[in-house]
Design a protein around this ligand. Structure first.
Ligand code: ADP
Length: 275
């Protein structure tokens, strides 16, 4: 293999080179706001919140893309109930996002031959796929690209920071429980070190209101997300309850329908337009 000359302008391998970010930069320059949805821990509702932010913004008339970067557990197709759809190509041979609930959705789950297939990739392969999804998708002009990253501070988020140059912000999703908060503090530290500004915190599964009384039950502790936001001087974007009716609607129809039927979730997510 010939050694990299680092002279991209004259290099014959320019178009296929993994180090050439020209196309990514060109694509990303057409997207005003890039929002990275992160969580320290899995299972706290990060994918759910990423989808809710995307749908809420689209409802307000913004052009929104949602990129599912959780390669090993792509949940966005399931949340939108499109697991059996496969993405096609545009006339220009670019990847055509799925238009659903007013957003442009791209997920590795919509590209695999079999939805139950495991993705077994090491870091460099994941970086290559993320680069392809950014530069070879017909995103067009967007107001927001919401990126749903896997939990933690591993390869994908590091690659995202490297590939998407310039202005971008993170939203941290946590439950009020110390087990989640401890990992989210690491996420915040990562953002500081990667110079990724944090737009705010969403506290999910904050409380539960049962059918028999109007009392809020603080199952996973009370106010942990708010306290973490205060400690780091971050905005608390929303406080979402554990809502079994919302969950049932997600399972029965899809997350956009569930949001449409939940005035409380809509109200809590009102401030996403300020992201
Ligand atoms: P993560 O992306 O952090 O792994 P998910 O978004 O996949 O988490 O959510 C984990 C599970 O919790 C899913 O079954 C999801 O439907 C459910 N869930 C998330 N948020 C809520 C909520 N506010 N109320 C009820 N169920 C929720």
């Amino acid at each position: 293999m010939s050694e990299c000359s680092h002279n991209c302008e004259t290099c014959a391998s320019k178009d296929s080179c993994a180090n050439n970010y020209d196309k990514v930069n060109e694509k990303m320059s057409r997207i005003k706001n890039k929002i990275f949805v992160l969580s320290g821990k899995g299972g706290v509702g990060k994918s759910t919140v990423a989808a809710l932010i995307a749908v809420s913004l689209a409802k307000e008339g913004f052009n929104v893309g949602l990129l599912d970067v959780d390669f090993h557990g792509p949940n966005q197709p399931t949340l939108f109930k499109v697991q059996n759809v496969r993405l096609g190509a545009t006339e220009d041979n670019e990847l055509e996002p799925l238009e659903i609930a007013g957003i442009k959705l791209v997920s590795i789950g919509l590209l695999l031959e079999d939805a139950d297939q495991a993705v077994i990739w090491r870091g460099p392969a994941k970086m290559g796929v993320l680069k392809q999804l950014l530069e070879e998708t017909a995103w067009g002009d967007l107001d927001y690209l919401i990126c749903d990253f896997p939990p933690g501070t591993g390869d994908e988020i590091l690659s995202g920071c490297q590939l998407i140059e310039g202005d971008k912000r993170a939203v941290i999703v946590t439950t009020p429980q110390e087990l989640s908060l401890a990992d989210c503090r690491k996420c915040i530290d990562f953002c500081k070190k990667a110079e990724l500004p944090v737009a705010g915190v969403v506290e999910n599964m904050s409380y539960f209101v049962c059918d028999n009384c109007d009392k809020k039950h603080y199952i996973f502790n009370n106010g942990g997300g708010r306290q973490m936001a205060e400690k780091y001087g971050l905005k608390l974007i929303a406080t979402l309850p554990i809502d079994n009716k919302f969950l049932a609607q997600c399972d029965e129809s899809n997350i956009a329908v569930a949001l449409k039927n939940s005035p409380l979730f809509q109200k809590e997510l009102e401030s996403v337009t300020e992201l």
